[in-house]
Design a protein around this ligand. Structure first.
Ligand SMILES: NC(=O)c1ccc[n+]([C@@H]2O[C@H](COP(=O)([O-])OP(=O)(O)OC[C@H]3O[C@@H](n4cnc5c(N)ncnc54)[C@H](O)[C@@H]3O)[C@@H](O)[C@H]2O)c1
Length: 259
């Protein structure tokens, strides 16, 4: 088992990649806190894990609330006795527009992509240190590696994640704390459909969100979108001891799109 005796949390774990990650880590021996805004979804994932013989708790709340973003670490430690890893996966595509943007929307994108994961990290670091080290993983995007016509603001937030990861990796590596980012290309989750169908995305005539998912998502050397499990597999590697000397990396899992 690749995560035996490890304790961790996954945010946005009620759906998509986070769900696949939580289930995968638990299958590999980890005790996992499944964190999501959607209570029923978080509980369903935790139930899937425990009914398969794994260890999980569901924690539901809004990660835009700083208190909840801190509490998920405290609850995980209280329930399982420590923290060895966290996948800070939560994020939000936000609007596509630049001109005329309501700055409240700017704040929402920055809050959910950058602020909340920073807040969680402030309380996760001392817990990792107390265990003699650990691993943090942040979800950026290919939009955090190269510019994106469709989402300049989201891209700014995800570049921010990559900058945060590289800086914190340098700062905390000497304590045995590894900090990496995963950069998915278009991945087959509900968020991808929200992303392509945003009201200001100017859906071309004759296109539906589904046709755009296939077309835009397939603009990579492998001509398809990723499946959530493919991201969970990469996350498993980065959070496990197999990646013991991998620190400060922003790993593209994008079928070669950014190659
Ligand atoms: N799907 C893609 O194509 C893609 C590509 C690149 C990066 N990403 C990134 O992946 C992450 C999203 O993952 P997904 O595609 O697996 O999404 P998803 O749509 O399958 O799931 C998102 C989950 O986040 C939860 N959530 C939303 N707001 C929340 C909040 N305020 N507090 C707590 N939970 C909240 C939702 O309830 C939902 O269960 C984001 O960071 C996103 O930027 C996605």
């Amino acid at each position: 088992m690749r995560m035996a005796n490890k304790i961790g949390l996954v945010t946005a774990a009620g759906s998509g990649m986070g769900r696949a990650g939580a289930i995968t880590f638990a299958r590999e021996g980890a005790a996992v806190a499944v964190v999501d805004l959607n209570k029923a979804a978080a509980e369903a994932v935790a139930h899937d894990i425990t009914s398969a013989g794994g260890r999980a708790i569901a924690l539901s709340g809004d990660l835009r609330d700083d208190e909840f973003a801190r509490d998920i670490v405290k609850q995980t430690v209280k329930h399982f006795g420590g923290l060895d890893f966290a996948w800070n996966h939560v994020g939000h595509p936000g609007p596509s527009m630049v001109e005329g943007l309501d700055m409240k929307e700017y704040d929402q994108v920055m809050d959910l992509n950058v602020r909340t994961v920073f807040v969680t990290t402030t309380v996760a670091l001392p817990e990792l240190r107390a265990r003699g080290g650990g691993a943090l993983l942040f979800t950026a995007s290919t939009s955090g590696l190269s510019g994106s016509t469709f989402s300049p603001l989201y891209s700014a937030a995800k570049f921010g994640i990559v900058g945060m990861v590289r800086s914190m990796a340098k700062r905390y590596g000497h304590e045995g704390i590894r900090i990496n980012a995963i950069c998915p290309g278009p991945t087959d989750t509900p968020m991808l459909r929200v992303f392509v169908a945003r009201p200001d995305s100017q859906l071309p005539a004759g296109e539906t969100p589904e046709t755009l998912v296939t077309k835009r998502g397939g603009q990579n050397p492998m001509h398809r979108v990723a499946q959530p499990q493919e991201l969970a597999n990469a996350a498993l590697f980065l959070l496990s001891d197999e990646a013991s000397f991998v620190n400060g990396v922003a790993l593209a899992v994008d079928g070669g799109a950014t190659a």
